[in-house]
Design a protein around this ligand. Sequence first.
Ligand code: GDP
Ligand code: IMO
Ligand code: MG
Length: 425
Amino acid sequence: MSNTILVGSQWGDEGKGKIIDVLTGGVDIVVRSQGGNNAGHTIVDGDKKYVLHLIPSGILRKGKVCVIGNGVVIDPVALVGEIKGLRARGIKVDAKNLLISDCAHLVMPYHRSIDERREELKGKNKIGTTKRGIGPAYGDKVARTGLRMADLIRPEVFKQKLALRIRENNAVLKALGGKPVSGAKVLADYVAAAKLLKPFVINTATYLHKAMAAKKEILFEGAQGTFLDIDHGTYPFVTSSNTTSGGACTGSGIAPNRIDRVIGVVKAYTTRVGEGPLPTEEDVIGDMLHGMGREFGATTGRARRCGWFDAVATRYATMVNGVDDLAITNLDGLDGVKKILICTGYRIDGKGPVLDTPPTDAGELARCRPIYTSMPGWMTPTDTIRKYKDLPLKARQYAEKLAKLSGARLSIVSTGPGREQTIHL
Ligand code: GDP
Ligand code: IMO
Ligand code: MG
């Protein structure tokens, strides 16, 4: 039996979905423990592409159980849409392979409207959220004014609690200059979603503990990335959950001493979608990748900002997550780059002492200028290579350098979106 947490060690979209799908082959259960449908995890199976938002990336594999844990915030209407979308493509989703925590909080339509209005009011200081209502939903959870799956599946309780929430949130929306939401419509839509979701809802913490007692192997699928963590990220340009490994424990009810391994996923370069500091951002890399049709957001379709690999950031990510093993994805994205840069330190405004950890203040991080080391590119396609020893020497040297600088063991190198384009070391 072993339990593994997989996290993003950068700013999200590291390729977590792909690696989870690959690793699911060897486990019994895949758990999402934080975030909501702000996530977009892409899996490519042959000529079929799937983008999952709330359902764990294990769902495509037969005989695996997927769990949406207590730490996730669920938009029930969006979840029903995702379930129906998968079923329409022939993927089995029922109460045998998908379980939902009764303690998971609900994302409500007023959360989405408040998210949108707050972003509009912030103007040029906006966060660049996915507008899925994530921040306001977690806000209600922490303020103890949230509604949960346990409420949703009890129509009378839900109706009663909802009335008060609608009144309060419509007042907030009015103050923010937004449109009020119709309580009757929310009730009808959510009660309809509840009908479909009810059979899936259980105490998932108890389920997972029983599964562990029965020697089942569990994989925890992180959403977002380390620098979007509400505590450890580039606040306020972050999401509203703990995206770091500790979030997998609180968001599922599994204690830290039951975790055996943490895998950090990184791209061979850096991307970020939304606002906030990104020290190694370089338009030339963005232009190159966008020109190849890559690096457009899986949830919102926005072009991702791109830059060189930032080892200052990934070293910090290894520290706060306890990363043991590193999975490097998108190595093939650099196949045509002659000279590759790696950031090994920062200087504020390009002056003064060299920093080897990122400043916690977003304003200070925005002033950081990277110090680069360079490596020659391998200038050969890697997407058809299946064995580590067959990768060009320079590609191996690059991957090994990233792992060394990040302070973790190199375990997986991915050279394409497909399952088979994965090299295990
Ligand atoms: P996630 O949010 O971390 O699951 O990542 P996303 O799915 O949002 O973005 C990662 C993108 O990279 C997706 O389009 C994947 O299909 C793609 N991808 C993952 N690994 C590789 C790789 O090694 N090479 C290439 N070319 N694409 C990859
Ligand atoms: P996956 O799991 C990349 C970003 C948004 C925005 C900030 C806050 O696919 O890696 P939110 O809607 O959460 O309030 O937005 O976080 N963001 C992501 N960026 N990947 C994600 O998920 C993200 N989820 C949220 O772009 O900058
Ligand atoms: Mg994504």
